[in-house]
Design a protein around this ligand. Structure first.
Ligand code: SF4
Ligand code: SF4
Length: 220
């Protein structure tokens, strides 16, 4: 995935689309907005970047898992098998991006109880009740990507098999595609725009690349 910081307006559309798709429990957001202030008044600027699990190629959260509940699929997705996760939190400690979340007792957002959407587990159909006391994270909309094999549709091209955050962005700030193919549109875009991952020094080899925006203090 690429996230173009020149195009992203920080509208939170992707954060809300993710919440709608996964109906994550109260206090858990698979996708969040990160802010940083640069410069000093009157030449100051608040810069923003949406963040989520990077589905790292070298994910430190995988080897630390004592039950092998966290695993990396052949296609690169890093996932958690809730049936064997014991909620020990080792993976939470190992993730340098803090993109793992513990599911506690409180699933609902409102005192009146779970809404029909929450009961359904969002469009992804999560059984959140069975995920209590386990650790969860962004799945890159696995339920959508997996439909690509059955339908012959292409992730990043066909909306049905593309992550919800990518689909919803009003400014087309995101692209989704095959990073293993050096000639894919996304690989060429990263090269042309000098895309960069977050915390490269952590050695995790993230699968999300940011395309630089204007961070000059005082600029619009
Ligand atoms: S939906 Fe697009 S523009 Fe809005 S915050 Fe997310 S990436 Fe940025
Ligand atoms: S961002 Fe964190 S949780 Fe996601 S794969 Fe990388 S180390 Fe694991």
């Amino acid at each position: 995935m690429t996230i173009d910081l020149q195009r992203c307006t920080g509208c939170y559309g992707c954060v809300m689309a993710c919440k709608q798709e996964h109906s994550t429990p109260s206090g858990i957001h698979f996708r969040r907005m990160m802010f940083e202030e640069v410069g000093e008044y009157p030449k100051a600027k608040r810069i923003h970047a949406p963040v989520q699990c990077n589905h790292c190629a070298e994910p430190p959260c995988v080897p630390v898992c004592p039950t092998k509940a966290t695993y990396k699929r052949a296609d690169g997705l890093v996932l958690v098998d809730a049936d064997i996760c014991i909620g020990c939190g080792y993976c939470m400690t190992s993730c340098p991006y803090e993109h793992r979340h513990f599911v506690g007792d409180k699933l609902e957002h409102f005192d009146e109880g779970l809404t029909p959407h929450e009961l359904k587990g969002g469009e992804a159909g999560h059984d959140w009740d069975s995920k209590r006391d386990t650790v969860v994270k962004c799945t890159f909309c696995q339920h959508r990507l997996d439909k690509a094999k059955e339908t012959g549709l292409t992730p990043g091209v066909d909306r049905e098999v593309t992550p919800a955050c990518v689909n919803t962005c009003p400014s087309n700030a995101m692209e989704f595609g095959d990073l293993d193919d050096p000639n894919s549109p996304i690989s060429r875009l990263i090269e042309a725009r000098q895309g960069f991952p977050l915390l490269p020094e952590a050695g995790t080899k993230p699968s999300i690349f940011y395309l630089p925006g204007d961070t000059t203090p005082g600029s619009d």
